[in-house]
Design a protein around this ligand. Structure first.
Ligand SMILES: NC(=O)c1ccc[n+]([C@@H]2O[C@H](COP(=O)([O-])OP(=O)(O)OC[C@H]3O[C@@H](n4cnc5c(N)ncnc54)[C@H](OP(=O)(O)O)[C@@H]3O)[C@@H](O)[C@H]2O)c1
Length: 344
């Protein structure tokens, strides 16, 4: 059988463009012992893929994507076509980490993406399969672990979330609101700011492009913040350190403002505030908190069943448009979870 897969052909310097990729036709063989053949239906598009479009990714992170090969380590859902592995049968809806291709041959039990991408059967009675790429999957786990474990959210904490209209950010806003917190949200357009305030219930929201972030944050949170969920880094992190109250916490989830930079970016110049205000800055990977996945899926699955969670999607039709979807996301053209719909 012939299938298609997206392969990077050159590493972008700065902006990602579809011309950095090609769609290749490849032979898909039948599964061997212990393997499962999956027809991928939805595949994820993530800001962090940008970090891997280089020969070597930062130490400790998922490896860079080799040129001219399928991109391994991207979350995807699909339907089992053929199985030679115990526990999987044709028709099962699964997630795995061999995304950005039509068909995937997956070895059952082989650990992928730190464990979050290991072949797993999904319960689609809770939500549609693609929700397992968003609220019920790695993005949801990242938001849940970042807020409740890493930032150790406490009653009464005021929370600021950056890149708040994106996949992870929009969940952080809602999880914190559902737990009764005052939430400040920032994003890059008037439409996103309105959505955050009117649909997601953020108490205040601002467009970070409208002025110095520290000033905009000061207006939105005149009494300061207790927790900063950092998706952006750079001037946003610097502004957060200024606004945090004593014993404040930063959960460093990502630094999307720095991903396309060719040179290392300067750090915050106000780090002494961590000393003077007893602050904690803690980076984390969602997948390093896999032990929280059952709790996260139970709690968030409950919010979905009760109709309390907005799950907005930016859907791009057709595998061949996955590179375009990534370029659009990095430029801020997405709202909510970005997905590529490969097949029904
Ligand atoms: N630690 C983990 O395990 C983990 C897991 C998943 C994701 N992440 C991180 O979470 C963050 C969000 O990722 P995602 O996949 O959910 O993507 P996303 O938020 O859906 O999309 C990325 C968003 O970043 C914003 N952005 C781009 N350049 C920016 C800049 N220079 N300054 C401020 N905002 C900028 C854009 O929105 P605007 O219109 O608002 O600019 C864009 O929509 C990333 O930092 C990612 O690396 C971490």
């Amino acid at each position: 059988m012939i299938g298609r897969e997206v392969q990077p052909t050159s590493y972008p310097e700065g902006e990602v463009r579809p011309s950095h990729f090609r769609v290749a036709e490849v032979e898909v063989r039948s599964p061997g012992p212990g393997e499962v053949l999956v027809r991928n239906t939805w595949t994820s598009v993530d800001a962090a893929l940008r970090i891997r479009l280089r020969p070597r990714s930062p130490e400790g992170y998922f490896s860079g994507f080799p040129l001219g090969q399928a991109m391994d380590g991207i979350m995807t859902v699909g339907r089992v076509v053929e199985s030679r592995a115990d526990g999987f049968a044709p028709g099962d809806v699964v997630w795995h980490a061999a995304g950005w291709r039509d068909y995937a041959l997956v070895e059952a039990g082989k650990v992928a993406l730190n464990g979050i991408g290991t072949l797993t059967r999904l319960d689609t009675s809770v939500a549609a399969p693609q929700a397992y790429l968003g609220a019920l999957g790695g993005n949801g786990l990242t938001a849940y672990a970042g807020l409740f474990r890493i930032a150790a959210l406490r009653d009464g904490d005021v929370v600021w979330v950056s890149a708040a209209a994106g996949a992870v950010g929009s969940l952080v806003v809602q999880f914190a609101k559902l737990r009764g917190h005052r939430v400040i949200a920032s994003a890059g357009s008037d439409e996103k700011v309105a959505w955050l305030r009117d649909e997601l219930g953020a108490d205040a929201a601002f467009d970070y492009k409208r002025g110095p972030v520290a000033e905009l944050l000061g207006e939105a949170a005149p009494d300061g913040i207790d927790v900063y969920f950092d998706n952006v880094g750079g001037d946003h992190l610097q502004a957060a350190l200024g606004a945090l109250r004593r014993n404040g916490r930063v959960a460093v989830c990502g630094a999307v403002s720095e991903y396309a930079a060719a040179e290392p970016q300067p750090g915050p110049t106000n780090l002494f505030l961590t000393v003077s205000k007893d602050l904690t800055i803690r980076g984390f990977r969602g997948s390093s908190n896999l032990d929280l996945l059952p709790e996260h899926q139970r709690v968030v699955g409950g919010w979905i069943r009760e109709g309390k969670l907005v799950q907005r999607e930016t859907v791009v039709e057709g595998l061949e448009h996955a590179p375009e979807a990534l370029a659009t996301l990095l430029a801020g053209g997405n709202t909510g979870k970005t997905l590529v719909h490969i097949a029904d």
